[in-house]
Design a binder for this molecule. Sequence first.
Ligand code: HEC
Length: 204
Amino acid sequence: MVEDKKPQHQHDFDGIEENDNDLPRWWLGIFAVTIAFAVFYVPYYHFMHPEKLPHAALQAELDQRQTVLAAAEAEKAAEQPADPNATLTAAFQAGGWEESGKAVYNANCAACHAPDGGGTIGPNFTDDYYLHGGKLSDIIHVVTEGVPAKGMISWKPILKPDQIRDVSFFVRSLRGTTPAQPKEKQGELVDEAGNFVDAAAPTE
Ligand code: HEC
């Protein structure tokens, strides 16, 4: 306890007595240091470099991250061709898949879609009507994922990706041919590219 040095300055309020003592040296020392610190701190952070204040620094980091993410997104978009069907159509027209596609078809698909694509249990591939779309990507999608509820299995676990591609190209090549016993049309009319003519037609 510090000794009361100036009892003459004592005053009393509500029964509480207070002496006007000198502040301890250590306290004054810290007070002086904080004032000296503020003289540098306030101009530095609040006037010279406001961007270094925590909130601004955080915001800057978030903005930077946003930029990096946007750049990565743009890069990814640039890598993917705008229309996957453009690449597929080019590969389809380039050929080279016919033999492998036909072999896979005869071994796995002919039982339900008929050897000439006329259709039996599965739909007819020679007409312009499709249940799930006639684009190369649509056909590849159906063959890959299947329509299990309707009796068309997923070929993903059985065929390799290039076999799926080749057999899908083969299926596409059957369109416009004349089968021995064509099954009645199923699904909706598609245009040459394979898009449904009626935009309201189902895509799944
Ligand atoms: C067990 C019989 C069966 C086998 C085997 C089969 N499919 Fe199917 N496939 C179906 C049925 C049934 C549908 C109709 C599905 C529906 O109603 O949605 C179908 C639908 C399709 C469609 C969609 C046609 C459209 O109109 O959109 C394609 C493409 C197709 N099959 C390709 C193949 C290929 C390629 C193979 C061989 C790898 C194959 N299927 C093997 C029964 C079969």
